[in-house]
Design a protein around this ligand. Structure first.
Ligand code: NDP
Length: 503
């Protein structure tokens, strides 16, 4: 913070004579409205806060680079991925999801893992999480889901009934709930967690062939988590512990790094795959689609100003570069709209011109004006297309190859039915250790124990459907009747909802 001595000025560059005493009529008289320095200072202060993000409000960020370590040109023509050894500047922001801007870093929550690659073809963003799956697979459910993770509209308190009512009525959530209530729901720091695209994306090459891909940024610090007792203690002792850890580690030159592993499927493999490859509540099993290592990300520079670089950083899954495109994953399709829309709300229509968001690539476009346009606004160049004054021209070579779509326009559910439980069960049975399972059951019963009994029963039945032992252990932990849980688990979703309806 040390600075050379400079004369203090107003926001308009005018030297300030005194910043300790407002101008008054006499030493004890009222303040004069002609104290314009005071008026400007208060007026700006009154407007310091911008809307916090509706999700991912609390976060920390850092600058760094991404380096390509394997040839992927047969899969994508993205220039930043075109050569082994090629480096691209990145900015990363990690966050919790449900809490407000001042909430504790150690809350049980997924962690956002958002990356901005400043490529020569414009900005490419990956807005991932530290979990490979998500709670819901249709964006129409997203506002409702988030309401249940936030505060009760009446009491303004976090509410276990809302939380578990929605989840137990939305069984597709059970895979993500299982990850969240494992100790991975409370990562030790932002450095000790993986980042997953969770969504499937499309890569396409110079020949117009395309592939479906999923990104896995694997922490090179190793996975480390907080136990329930540790996270509870941390929330009180240092609510900003992960923000502090990231900043201090980089300050000490212990630069955190992640290895990028990709899962890549051909369209033919995808057509036959046993799970819907565009359903974000599912993973692609590693044995089916082995990940290949293609790059490495290192974070080696702290932001100098939190608001300018982290609070104003605006990521969007719609920021693609040639060679990368969307998949039909419905959650992704919803996010293609929502992120840009949110940034316009939070930061204004020219948020892309803010230094942290501004591409390093040239901006040659016909957008003009709008609030807070602090660029040259295109000078006197044409502001319409087509024009015959040498304005920028589209390049058909950069476009996504055409792809087939068919079917009836309707509100379709995902077509792969009955499969909301298997992968959660596999995580419980096959991946978790005994200790992981003990912690999972303990973490769930503590939280779910605050909900009404009928909701506890319904959620325990959902866990039972993932794995009978899993559901039975939750039931025992909550002192529920395991036979009743089993009976509910055997019902259809509709009948289970009816049988556990409240008044
Ligand atoms: P594997 O059996 O090959 O590997 C298990 C994976 O689970 C590893 O990537 C491991 O991460 C991760 N993992 C370990 N503990 C947890 C936890 N508490 N929460 C979330 N992930 C955890 O995986 P499969 O592909 O055969 O899938 C089996 C199950 O593993 C899936 O149903 C899914 O729940 C989970 N999983 C699968 C992933 C995938 O993309 N296939 C990714 C992550 C989880 P690490 O390598 O960091 O130890």
């Amino acid at each position: 913070m040390a600075q050379k001595k400079k004369t203090y000025t107003t926001g308009f560059g005018v030297p300030v004579d005194n910043d300790q005493n407002s101008k008054t009529a006499g030493s004890s008289g009222p303040i004069l409205i002609q104290d314009v320095h005071l008026l400007e200072k208060l007026g700006h202060f009154d407007r310091e806060r911008i809307p916090e993000r509706v999700v991912h409000a609390k976060g920390a960020g850092a600058h760094g680079y991404f380096e390509v370590t394997a040839d992927v040109t047969k899969y994508t023509k993205a220039k930043f991925l075109s050569e082994v050894g090629k480096r691209t500047e990145v900015f990363a922001r990690f966050s919790t999801v449900g809490g407000e801007k001042g909430s504790a870093d150690a809350e049980r929550d997924p962690r956002g893992f958002a990356l901005k690659f400043y490529t020569e073809e414009g900005n490419y963003d990956m807005t991932g999480n530290n979990t490979p799956v998500f709670f819901i697979r249709d964006p129409l459910k997203f506002p409702d889901f988030i309401h249940t993770q936030k505060r009760n509209p009446g009491t303004n308190l976090k509410d276990a009934d809302m939380f578990w009512d929605f989840l137990s009525l939305t069984p597709e959530s059970v895979h993500q709930v299982t990850v969240l209530f494992s100790d991975r729901g409370t990562p030790r720091t932002y450095r000790h967690m993986n980042g997953y695209s969770s969504h499937t994306y499309k890569w396409y090459n110079t020949k117009g062939n395309y592939f479906w891909v999923q990104y896995h940024f694997k922490t090179e610090q190793g996975i480390q988590n907080l136990t329930l007792a540790e996270s509870t203690k941390m929330k009180g002792e240092d609510p900003d512990h992960a923000t502090r850890d990231l900043f201090q580690a980089i300050d000490r030159k212990e630069f955190p790094s992640w290895r990028l592993e990709m899962q890549i499927m051909t369209p033919e493999q995808a057509a036959d795959y046993r799970f819907d490859p565009f359903d974000i509540t599912k993973v692609w099993f590693h044995a089916d689609v082995p990940p290949i290592t293609i790059g490495r990300m290192v974070l080696d520079r702290n932001p100098e100003n939190y608001f300018a670089e982290v609070e104003q950083a605006a990521f969007s899954p719609a920021n693609f570069v040639p060679g990368i495109a969307a998949s039909p994953d419905k959650m992704l399709q919803g996010r293609l709209f929502s992120y840009h829309d949110t940034h316009i709300h939070r930061l204004g229509p020219n948020y892309h011109l803010l230094p942290i968001n501004r591409p390093k690539a040239a901006l040659n476009y016909y957008q003009r004006d709008g609030f807070m346009n602090f660029s040259d606004n295109g000078g006197d160049s044409p502001n319409y297309y087509p024009n015959s004054f040498g304005g920028p021209e589209p390049d058909p070579d950069v476009g996504e190859p055409p792809f087939e779509v068919s079917g009836q326009a309707a509100r379709h559910p995902y077509a792969h039915p009955n499969d909301d439980f298997f992968q959660a069960g596999e995580l419980y049975r096959r991946v978790m250790t005994d200790e992981d399972r003990d912690h999972l059951i303990g973490n769930i019963t503590l939280h779910l124990g605050n909900a009404q009994k009928r909701i506890q029963l319904r959620q325990a039945a959902v866990f039972y459907k993932a794995d009978p032992e899993y559901g039975s252990r939750v039931a025992e932990g909550l002192k529920l009747d395991t036979k009743e849980v089993k009976r509910l688990a055997e019902m259809s979703q509709e009948d289970r909802a009816k049988a556990t309806q409240g008044t």
